[in-house]
Design a protein around this ligand. Structure first.
Ligand code: KG4
Ligand code: ZN
Length: 361
């Protein structure tokens, strides 16, 4: 079964063809980073306009030029319907519906968070779903940070989530305060090289328990990153960086020792918060996964690997090209039969605030 996947939930325009839910025949990802960088974050109007302009070409590239198959070889069209930016999602689902009608193939609507989790099952060497369930997945991206117990395909239990900013958002906002470029995750990771992780002890993503609004979830498994960003802001108010550096969106060679150590300390606070909650979330599971754009972070990967060894579970990470937003994870998940199909899918609208797991559908 060959599925064409379409992903436009945020600022990546992506299309992919995946065979049998596993074999990625093509995965084209057009990043809009350069368009949003001057604003220090994603501008929804720019994102959706750019999806409108680029998506037809990206789809054609994925199907005609890179997959080794033709339009007639496609068996279904799958598209992300949420969560994400509504105007961006709309471009994807409208194109998906149009293409499914034109090709006379079934349409499948996919949850972006479930697709991120599925990213670890893409590729010939990836584990088989049934061999590793149940497992705990840390979903860490620009818009989401949550812990999910995956009991089987389509069976997710939300264990914890951020009560304010997502981890990726904390990276992006921290980078902006430090005068580093957007997106902030890779910029902070780069700047932190050679920096001292104990230069400043930033808060570890936790507020007092009684203050956390966890919506019934275990407070020990929830995250809070807004205090971290505020702590960096106050630090910089008291000890401003040299003006030129603070404004310049400095390339790496100009990053001072102080910025490098601030970046390292800030990154450490985010990583420790994530790793600590993962340690608490794992109970009788034998596998732990980290997915989403932030799971590209090398410090997070190495601390997760240490944790998994110390608690005796196996760590599963996606291949790097499937960590950040991409359509292969969408097509892959649809290829297993998951998602919402057919007439019901055709009648659906975008769901910008879609969650994952029990009580969140
Ligand atoms: O999964 P993703 O592409 O999009 C969303 O679904 O949000 O994640 C994007 C986020 C951004 O916040 C970006 O700063 C972060 O992932 N990111 C990283 C790294 N690479 C991307 N964060 C930390 N370290 C990285 N190397
Ligand atoms: Zn994402």
């Amino acid at each position: 079964m060959n599925v064409l996947g379409i992903e436009t939930s945020c600022d990546e325009t992506s299309a992919a063809v995946v065979s049998d839910g596993r074999y990625v025949l093509s995965n084209v990802v057009l990043s809009q980073t350069d368009l949003h960088a001057p604003y220090g974050g994603v501008v929804p109007e720019i994102a959706s306009r750019s999806h409108v302009e680029s998506l037809p070409g990206v789809i054609r590239e994925a199907v005609v030029n890179r997959s080794g198959s033709t339009w007639n070889d496609l068996d279904a069209v799958a598209v992300t319907y949420g969560p994400g930016l509504s105007s961006s999602l709309l471009v994807g689902i409208t194109s998906g519906k149009g293409l499914a009608l034109r090709l006379n193939k079934p349409l499948c609507m996919i949850n972006h968070l479930e697709a991120h989790i599925y990213s670890i099952f893409l590729g010939e060497d990836a584990p088989q779903f049934e061999d590793v369930c149940p497992f705990v997945a840390l979903v860490v991206s620009g818009g989401h940070t949550c812990l999910v117990r995956v009991e089987g395909l389509g069976h997710y239990m939300l264990l914890g989530q951020t009560v304010d900013d997502a981890a990726g958002e904390a990276f992006d906002k921290g980078a902006s305060l430090l005068g580093l470029r957007y997106p902030g995750g890779p910029a902070i990771e780069e700047a932190s090289q050679g920096g001292k992780v104990d230069f400043v002890r930033f808060p570890r993503g936790r507020q007092r328990k009684e203050k956390l609004k966890t919506c019934g979830l275990d407070a020990d498994l929830c995250f809070s990153f807004s205090g971290l960003k505020t702590a960096l802001l106050y630090y910089l108010k008291e000890r401003p960086l040299p003006a030129a550096l603070a404004k310049a969106m400095a390339p790496l060679r100009e990053v001072s020792k102080e910025v490098s150590s601030l970046a390292a300390s800030y990154q450490e606070a985010i990583v420790e918060a994530l790793v600590e909650r993962c340690g608490k979330a794992v109970r009788d599971e034998k596998y732990l996964a980290a997915v989403g754009g932030v799971s590209l972070n090398k410090r997070l990967r190495s601390r997760m690997s240490e944790l998994s060894k110390s608690i005796g579970v196996k760590l599963m990470l996606a291949t790097s090209e499937y960590c950040a937003d991409n359509a292969a994870m969408v097509a892959g998940l649809a290829g297993t039969g998951q998602g919402i199909w057919g007439a019901e899918a055709m009648a659906m609208d975008v769901q910008p605030n879609l969650g994952i797991g029990v009580g969140n559908g």
